[in-house]
Structure formats: C-alpha cells, structure tokens
Design a protein around this ligand. Sequence first.
Ligand SMILES: *Cc1c(COP(=O)(O)O)cnc(C)c1O
Length: 494
Amino acid sequence: MNYVSTRDKKLRLSSSQAIARGLAPDGGLMTPELLPRFPGRALETMKEMSYQQRVVYILGRFLDEFSANELSTYTTAAYTGKFSDPAIAPVRRLDERTHCLELWHGPTCAFKDMALQMLPHLLAASLVKNDEDKTVCILVATSGDTGKAALEGFKDVNRTKIAVFYPKDGVSEIQELQMVTQAGGNVGVYAVDGNFDDAQNGVKRLFADQRLAEQLAERGYFLSSANSINWGRVLPQIVYYVSAYCDLMREGTITNGEQINVCVPTGNFGDILAGYYAKMMGVPIKTLICASNQNNVLTDFINTGVYDKNRTFYHTLSPSMDILISSNLERLIFELSDRNDVLVRDYMQQLADHGRYQVNAAIQSRLKESFAAGFCDDEQTKQTIAKVWKEREYLIDPHTAVAFHVLEEYRERTGDDTLTLVVSTASPFKFCDCVLDALGVEEHQPGTDILDQLAQLTGVEIPTPLANLRGKNRRFQDAVDQGHMEDAVLQILK
Ligand SMILES: *Cc1c(COP(=O)(O)O)cnc(C)c1O
C-alpha cells in the first residue's frame, strides 16, 4: 500500500519511505492511500488472539513491504516482557456503562509507549529497505512524556541515535528523574534553559540548520523526528482500540456489532485520530468524545467548525495536552473532506498565515456525526481525581481525569448512555504532586519518597519502572543554553 500527502495526493511514497521520512516533502502528513476495511469476520478472528497477534494482523494490512515474520519480530521486541500487564492494554470495568482502557503499563508509564516501543523497529527496518546507509539521529523536544518514551524505545536500537531536550524547570521531578537516569549507548539527555517552547524552538532551529545537516552528513548521520506526525506512531495506536473492542466481546460485555463510545484526553490529536481510523476500518464506534483541558481549541473546533489558535496558552495540570496546534487534525480533515488535498492545503495555509480557518458545512456536519467535545479546567481536574477515587477506589492521573469529567458532562448534556471506553493515558504516579493535592494532602515528600507517600495513602502499588528510580544514578547532568544545542547533538555522535 502506498501513502500520499494530505496536501497533494500525487505525492506518493511507499510505507517504508513514509516512515523513514516522517513528514511529507510538501509539509503535509503521509496518510494511507486507501484505508483498509476489516473483512466481515475479522473482529471474531482477533477476539481469540493475544495483543501481539492483533498487532501483526492489523499492521500487516497497512505495511505490505513488511513480511508477517518481520512484523512478528518487531512486535515481540516492542511488547513482550516490556509491559507490566500481560494484556499490554487491559480494559478495566468501572461500571456497566464505563470501562477504562489502561495504556500506561509500558516501560515509561504513559501511553506514548504504545507507539514508541514499535516505531524504532519500523524506522530502522525502513532505512534498510530504502538502502539508506546513514544512521538516523532522532531529536526530541519534550514536555515530559514523549522524551522518556522515545528514549526507552530507541535505546540501543541499531543505526539510531537519540537526543532529548527538556525544559529545565518545566517537567515534574519524577519525569526528570526518568530521563536523566536513562540507560543506553546511543542516547543523550539535556536540560534546556527556559520553558518548553524554548526547547521546542531550539529543536526546530536544529532541523533548519543547513550547516549542522552538512556536518552530520559527513559523519554519516541525518536528522529525524519521533513526533506523532509520523505514520509509524499513529499506526500502532489503532491496534488498542480494536483490541479493546475484541476484549469487551471476549468477556461477553458486548456482542459483535454493538456500538460503543470512546472518550479520549487529547492534545496533538494522535490518539483520538487512531480511534477514528479504527471506526473507519469497521470497529463499531459510535461517538468519539474529544476531551481537552483549558487549552480548548479542539472543543471550539468540533462545536463550531472554526479552528482558531489565537488565544491564551495555559500551563495546566495535564501538561501533555497543553497545545494549541493539534497537528494530526490535518489527517482528519483530509478524510472528512473526501480526501480533498487542495482544500486541506488551503486550510493549513490559512492556519500558518492567520492562525485560523473555518471548515465548510459539509465537513462540519460529518465532524458532528462522529465527534463530540468538551473541556475541563484545573479545579475540575482535581475534583474528578478525588471523586473517582472516593466513589470507585480507582486512582487516575490528571490527563485521564480530564476525560472522565468531559464524559460526565457529555452524558448529562445528551442523555447518551452508550457503553463508553475512557482512554487512560498515564499512571497517576507520574503526577504525584497533582494527585496528592487532589486527595487533600498538602505536604509532599521530596524526590522519589513522594511515590511511597502516594502508595501509602492509597494502597495502590507503585509501577515497577518508577519504583526502580530509587537510588539510580543521574547519568545526565548537562544543561545547555538554547544557543548551544548543536554541540549537544554533535557530542552524542562521538
Ligand atoms: C501525549 C499525551 C496525551 C495526548 O495525546 P495526543 O495523541 O497528543 O492527543 C494525553 N495524555 C498523556 C498522558 C500524554 O502523554
């Protein structure tokens, strides 16, 4: 199967080229030329499979250049033995109508692992298939979750190097510890003076730096990104929606064909987009409920058809969703416009020029057929953590809390009581300060002691990868200022 740019369907690449390049040459996003539909009995067939077998089955429909054998090898490397729950992405029943899809049992305790454990294998294999003899050097600017997940995924993968830049004072203490204790011979981790935007702008400058590109090429390297615009990150995320539906069938909660809703805490629109693809492929999903924090640009878009990023940016308790340009929305508009590349290009140009565009009535009505939206502020986030804990003894992180709050409002507003899968994106132990505050605890223990404090208060077990942070050496102490980030990149290539 070939991939086309959302901004020009004549721009066609093979799957391995799409993955190796990340972004389309015209700035668009590479998207499958034809979205495969599951054959009639596919869900029944997959019902009996393990998570890993489902991965191979689903990825195989999109990646015809990769044999089932290759895909099995990568899937085993990505998921087997690396997740604390044998189901990989288990579904927890909270009540008859509400189930939680837990995506944080991976090595870094956030849902980014679901894709970033797989992407490095697909990427390394794609380089080989394209006779690329250079080594890829991945650059990541992170507000916390992506950086660590990318480090764990790329750690010691052949023909890859990775440099992660995080804002010195912009990540939680646990998140920082996770990164600076990272193992692996091909990794570098750097604190950047400033906030997340400074780190991100610094990385963007590195990508645009022609001299750096030449220096790297001389040494046999080229730069790439592990950002969620890469198709290799969206694709593995489709699997857990399909898998959750199969699990609900297997345990008899639903029968094949019964519709469910999903509610997804959303930032860059990668996670919920994968849910939409699962729906288009034939998983009976009725409504995708898009849950935002106070940066509610997507709520307004889904409710009005106007995307307008000209608004205040808030630092919230759910930092992985603090975003005003949701890049993957471009792929949704491509689908909803019946793949009208000229229209997509026009909207994206308006976004670049004016920070705003309005989709036409046809797109807006199709948007409303599949999506609903709401948002949740910080106070409501904390109240929801407390409420879900008190009523159900279920401990959730602030991102997941946003989804729970939005779901509750959606149900009150619409009366829709369809069984709903709430996507849970991080372990609460990654955000101990916020969770303890929400539970009414004012004094917090320093360092990793805060993990024990939350565990003792709730009786919930600390995830092993976080418990193992205790007493680990800080391997990386380097702070760089924005002007010297290229030195950091050159240093890890030595
Ligand atoms: C990245 C992230 C999100 C947002 O996912 P998108 O694919 O960017 O919409 C939500 N929650 C957590 C914990 C995350 O790390």
